[in-house]
Structures are given as C-alpha cells and as structure tokens.
Design a protein around this ligand. Sequence first.
Ligand code: HEC
Ligand code: HEC
Length: 243
Amino acid sequence: MDLNQYMEGKYVFERHCLVCHGTRGDGAGEMSANLLPKPRSFREGLFKFRSTPYGMLPTEADLARTIRGGLTGTGMGMFTHLSDSEVRAVIEYVKSFSRRWRKPENYAEEIKLPSPPAWLQQLAERQNHAIKGKELFKGQCAVCHGQDGDGHGPAASTLKDIWNQPSKPSDLRQPHLRCGDGPADVYRVLATGLNGTPMISFEASLSPDQRWDIIAYLTTLKLPAVPSLGVAPPESLKLKPRS
Ligand code: HEC
Ligand code: HEC
C-alpha cells in the first residue's frame, strides 16, 4: 500500500467510521454500546456480505457495495458522498486491521451465480415451486428463521456469532434485506453464507433448483414496502377547515 493512500484512508476512517468501528478497528467505537447488530470488528477479517465462498475474504467490490449502499436496518449507513478514491483508500485502511489480508490462502474468486429461472416471473409457476420450497424451508431454515420467515424459529434466541454477540435470524419477510432486495441476493447468501454467524453456506446441501424453490416460497411471505399507502388518514389527523 502506498503511504498517500494509507494516509487518505486513515483520514476517511477517522472522520466517518471511527465513532462506530473504533480507533483500533475492533468495533468498539463510542456509538457501539447502543447498536445491535454491533459495528463489525475488522480484526478477525470476517465479513458477512460477500460474493466469495464461505470463510473467504470479500472482494473489493463487495466492500465497496457495503460502504456505498449501507446495510438496511443496522447502524451501517450509506456513504454515497465519498469519492471512488476515498472508498478505495478506506478499504485499504480497513484491511490493515487484520492479518488475514496478508495470507493468499484467504483470497478467492467470486462465485459465479446462475441467472434466476424464467418461471420466477410467472405467478402460477412460481406458486407451484413455492409449495416445494415451503417443505424445504421447513426442513432447512425454519429452526432459525421460523416457518413463516419472521425470524422467530425455536433456535433463534440461542444463537451467537463469533464476536460473542446474539445473532438474530433475519426476518425474511422484510421488503429490504441487508444482502439486497432481489431473488439473486438471497441466492448469493445461500451460496456464500455469512461469515462469523450461524448462517452457514448451503452450497453443498441444497441444489440450485432447491434454492430457487425456497426463494419462490419467500416471495409469498414478503411484506409490502409501504404498507399504508392508499389508505385515507384517520379523521383525527385531517386538517380542519378554519372557522
Ligand atoms: C453509525 C455506526 C457506523 C458507522 C459510522 C460506520 N459503520 Fe460500518 N458497520 C456498522 C454496523 C452496525 C455494522 C454491522 C452490520 C451487520 O452486522 O449487519 C457495520 C459493518 C461494516 C462492515 C462489514 C460488512 C460485512 O459484510 O460484514 C464494513 C466493511 C463497514 N461497516 C465499513 C464501514 C466504513 C468503511 C465506514 C466509514 C466510511 C463505516 N463502516 C461506518 C456501523 C457503522
Ligand atoms: C442455524 C440457524 C440458521 C439456519 C438453519 C438458517 N439461517 Fe439464515 N440466518 C441466520 C442468522 C442468525 C442470520 C443473520 C446473521 C447475522 O447477521 O448475524 C441469517 C441470515 C439470513 C439471510 C440474510 C438476510 C439479510 O439480512 O441480508 C438470508 C437471506 C437467510 N438467512 C436465508 C436463510 C435460508 C433460506 C435458510 C434455509 C436454507 C436459512 N437462512 C437457514 C440463521 C440461520
């Protein structure tokens, strides 16, 4: 890493990231006490949202996506105002906190994902697949995510991550997930798993067809993005004409 880039990265980090991720990159910044999930500690070199196989380091593009797009529903906001050079520099700086980045065996190419099957766009066919998906979900996912995908499966309250924090199974009905909003984003999580958490990879245990069936089932559970749109405001909130 060149010294200028290091200094730029340190500056961006101290200005925008330190309050949560901490001076030493251990996730223990001032704001961390009030946040769950906790700001990531960068010292272990484990990242949840990646395109690489389970256990591997993320790519530059994965980290840039997290930094620019944020992680919905967590303290990790969007940093859209940073320049490309600032994002690259802060990524290099984040890497300096963990030795895992110095070992070639921790690097991997991104997993090539298939494009979503055409039937996913067709309601009737999707519903047929969702029936199979529901059974698979019951067997493979419900113990943590709950049969209705609300995140309250029987094992949910016992789960911890490697940072020894409670790891809450996501409510998969939410319109926006941290991994992204589309079927391909869920497919990617099933392929890669989320490092450091009980959400392991299903790359070996579910075939691609089975994964799409589960995704079809999940589309039947989705909550609407703006639930109250189109509903008239209650009488008490209406503006009263001046008398
Ligand atoms: C207000 C608090 C806050 C600030 C400021 C913040 N983060 Fe985060 N960040 C978080 C939280 C919380 C998480 C963990 C989210 C989770 O586990 O779902 C996180 C996670 C991350 C991750 C890990 C993503 C993964 O895949 O595991 C990266 C990388 C990251 N932040 C980078 C940054 C950078 C770079 C900055 C500054 C430009 C920054 N963050 C500023 C709260 C913050
Ligand atoms: C052993 C418990 C467990 C099982 C089994 C499990 N998950 Fe998870 N899953 C979790 C936890 C915990 C998280 C959140 C991890 C975190 O951020 O700390 C998660 C996160 C996810 C996410 C990411 C959501 C987001 O916010 O981006 C998706 C998608 C997901 N799981 C789908 C599934 C599906 C589909 C299955 C079944 C094939 C499954 N999970 C099986 C525990 C589990």
